[in-house]
Ligand binder design. Sequence first.
Ligand code: PRP
Length: 208
Amino acid sequence: MLNIALPKGRLGEKVYAMFEAAGYECPSIKENNRKLIFENTQKQVRYFWVKPSDVSIYVERGAADIGVAGKDILLEYEPNIYELLDLDLGKCRMAVAAPKSFHDDGMRTLRVATKFTNIAARYYAGLGREIDIIKLNGSIEIAPILGLSDVIVDIVETGTTLKENNLEVIAEILPISARLIANKASFKFKSAEIENIMRSMKEQVSKK
Ligand code: PRP
C-alpha cells in the first residue's frame, strides 16, 4: 500500500488530480464528507488530507511514503526527505513587505513579524542586518499596521492581502511552488511505484 499525504485546502484538489492522472485514482475521495482518509485497495493506494504545513512531518517519519509540500515549508523546517519534483503548482513568492510609508534607515534593529522565522533569519543574516523576530501564526499583515513590527516576511500570491492592508513588497526573497516529496526509506523500498508517479507527473508538468 502506498500512503500519500495530500495538502488540505487550495492546492489539494489539483494535487490529487495529478496522482489520479498518474493512475492512482481513488474515487471515494470525491465524496463530499469530512473523512480524512481514503483508500483504493485495488490500486494499493491510501490518501490522507493533512494541514499543508504537516505534510513533510508525515513524510519524514514514514507515516506517508510520499506527499506534496510547499517549498516554503521545506526551506523553513528542512525536513529529512527527498524532494523529487517541482509540480509547478501553488506558485507564489516569499517576500518582505512593509507599510507604504515605511522607510528603513538601516540604523536600528529591524522588527520582523513572520511565520517563517528560519527563512527570515537566514535572509537577514545574509544581508548582515540585525533583526528582532516576532513569531506569529497567521494574519501577519496586521503586525506592522499595529506597530508590532516594522516589516513582515510572508507569502504573497496575488498581492491582494497586502494591497487591502496598505502594505507593499519591498524585497523578494524566493519563488515558491509545490514539490513532490518522498520518505527516504520508502523511496528505496517502493521505488517502482514512486518512480512511476514521478515520471507521470514530470510529463504532466511539461505538458502544462
Ligand atoms: C497566505 C499569506 C497571505 C496570503 C497572501 O495566507 O500569509 O496572508 O496568503 O495571498 P494573496 O497575495 O493572494 O493575497 P494563507 O491564506 O495561506 O493562510 P495564513 O493566514 O494561515 O497564512
